[in-house]
Design a protein around this ligand. Structure first.
Ligand code: FRU
Length: 308
């Protein structure tokens, strides 16, 4: 190769290298998780990590707020100061996390809100399943299985978070036309030990309990343990939400829960949406994920999708 040719080849390589480099622009995504104390959230982070691994130009920085609104706000502020390219947040509570999310959004950092909502519209995209629909489907399913009547204990998720509110109102809608009666309700704040304690009170007060509707599977399992400890687990039907393979679906297989309604984590969808945003594409303001119901009859065949 003569000198001129070497130079030309070098130039071509350099230019193509530059092109490759600009296509491979490195993106930093900040992911603010409200807690990692529950299997469902561990799964969400794992889903995000797995989806991001398919894209070598994405780095996801994870923060765990340990169920503390102030800590979670501080994490979002840190991401803003570090000028990350995009923020994904699964907020603990709607009101306290609205301000930092708005601040990031107003400063031009795209924000994907995952699973629990914030107040208002100052974010780029919300991804989650329809909790009202899930609650309503649970109510209808429970009413149908109980011949339209019976006593219900409702163990609610954190009622200052939107899934708790929607799973509650949806459920009430679902049992409206039946004679199902909610005799006891309590906010167990998504946590199994709280659910167990609340159920102990319900069992002590009511000799006739037909169904426990818990806003998540840890809650339903906590209630089951309380009932088992007082020898009443066989006379009560337990229904939960989340439907993780190694949690809700397993409880259904084991005969602990009668049904678990799937609440997908949205981790994969969050990364795909993040990439679209980073590549300058328009994304919808809301993405609604589909969910299934797992029961003893359909668990071996993959559950049944909730109707549109
Ligand atoms: C985990 C969790 C899930 C529930 C979701 C609602 O923190 O409680 O069990 O489905 O949050 O946001």
């Amino acid at each position: 190769m003569n000198g001129k040719r070497v130079f030309v080849v070098f130039l071509v390589l350099l230019l193509s290298g530059t092109v490759v480099q600009s296509q491979q622009r490195q993106w930093i995504i900040g992911m603010s998780q409200c807690n990692l104390g529950e299997p469902w959230r561990v799964q969400m982070n794992a889903d995000i990590k797995k989806a991001a691994e398919a894209y070598p130009n994405i780095t996801v920085v994870f923060k765990d707020a340990q169920n503390d609104n102030l800590r979670q706000s501080a994490h979002v502020e840190e991401f803003i100061r570090a000028k990350v390219d995009l923020i994904i947040i699964s907020p603990k509570e709607a009101v306290p996390l609205t301000r930092p999310v708005r601040e990031a959004f107003k400063k031009g950092i795209p924000v994907i809100v995952l699973d629990r909502k914030v107040v208002g519209e100052d974010f780029t995209c919300f991804i989650g399943a329809d909790n009202k629909k899930i609650g309503k489907a649970a109510g209808r399913w429970i009413a149908a299985k109980n011949g339209g009547k019976g006593n219900v204990v409702e163990l609610k998720g954190l009622m200052t978070s939107t899934p708790g509110q929607d799973r509650h109102s949806g459920f009430r809608d679902g049992i409206r036309e039946s004679a199902m009666k909610v005799v006891f309700e309590a906010d167990m704040k998504w946590l199994e030990p709280n659910a167990r304690k609340e159920m102990e009170s319900a069992l002590a007060r009511y000799s006739a309990i037909d169904v426990v509707y818990a806003h998540n599977d840890p809650g339903a399992h906590g209630a089951y343990l309380a009932a088992k400890a007082s020898g009443r687990e066989r006379t009560i039907m337990f229904v939960g939400i989340d439907g993780l393979p190694h949690e809700g679906q397993m409880y259904v297989k084991q005969g602990i829960l009668s049904a678990s309604f799937e609440y997908p984590t949205g981790g994969r969808e969050a990364i795909e949406t993040a990439l679209s945003i980073l590549n300058g594409k328009q994304v919808p303001k809301g993405i609604t994920l589909k969910s299934r119901v797992f029961t003893r009859d359909n668990i071996d065949t993959g559950g049944a999708w909730l109707e549109e």
